[in-house]
Design a protein around this ligand. Structure first.
Ligand code: PEP
Length: 252
């Protein structure tokens, strides 16, 4: 099956209102009606509404970096629900980013709840998984990624992956300039796809699996050439229009 590439930008907690506007304008100029790839921008919550307006009429999609694990409404100060993100025009939401797991203690169970909350709201979750350097050096890469993916399969069922994206992001490659080689990444991507295929081959063959971790214009093409790599989740390089557009063009 040919899977459409997804090139997603995670802005994290970067940029001002004015900088965000400039970035969106430059990206809009560089993205036409592409069949082969979709560009997705995930700005901070507070800029979502403005970015939605700036993206009107473009082919660029909008996503969020996180969401509450609670559905509906309620007394959850500071939380943002999936329904609110849908309301603002988001189609996707990142869940389980390694920074959320490490800095905000998000367990596999919380990540699974967020994944389910996203789908209940009609959003496509971009589920991030990946091992730390210590886990890799101890030979625990496969076990770590399998545990993270299994937690969501157990909670949401394999059918839920018919409307989801997985991003393999080795923690040691995020923001470090140390990218996984295409072969290292492909090995884990193939493992993830096989895990899903064991349960449902059709869902596995349609599932987009992105690579994230120091993706740049210079290395994107060789990563995206691998059989099971369907695009990228890009942090730092997504804040520089020329660089992010080069990555996007590597995907089309
Ligand atoms: C990320 O934020 O998910 C990421 C992969 O960051 P970077 O591209 O900067 O490594």
């Amino acid at each position: 099956m040919t899977r459409k590439r997804l090139i997603a930008g995670n802005w994290k907690m970067h940029g001002s209102f004015a900088e965000s506007r400039q970035l969106v304008a430059a990206l809009r100029d560089g993205v036409g009606a592409e069949d082969r790839a979709l560009m997705l921008l995930c700005p901070p919550y507070v800029y979502l509404n403005a970015v939605r307006d700036w993206l009107q009429g473009s082919n660029i999609a909008l996503g969020a970096q996180d969401l509450s694990d609670r559905s509906g409404t309620g007394a959850f100060t500071g939380e943002v629900s999936g329904a609110m993100l849908r309301d603002l025009g988001c189609t996707h939401v990142i869940v389980g980013h390694s920074e959320r797991r490490a800095l905000y203690d998000e367990s596999d169970a919380v990540v699974a709840s967020k994944f389910k909350a996203a789908q209940q709201a009609g959003l496509i979750p971009v589920l991030c998984v990946g091992e730390t350097l210590e886990q890799r050096e101890a030979g625990h890469t496969q076990a770590t990624v399998q545990r993270q993916v299994a937690a969501v399969i157990d909670a949401a069922g394999v059918a839920a992956f018919g409307k989801a994206v997985i991003a393999y992001e080795p923690v040691w490659a995020i923001g470090t300039g140390r990218t996984a080689t295409p072969e290292q990444a492909e090995e884990v991507h193939a493992l993830i796809r096989a895990m899903i295929a064991e349960r449902d081959a059709t869902i596995a063959s349609g599932l987009p699996i992105l690579y994230g971790g120091s993706v740049k214009g210079a290395n994107a093409r060789s990563l995206f050439a691998m059989k099971d790599i369907d695009g990228g989740l890009v942090g730092g390089a997504s804040l520089v229009a020329t660089e992010f557009l080069e990555i996007f063009r590597a995907g089309i």
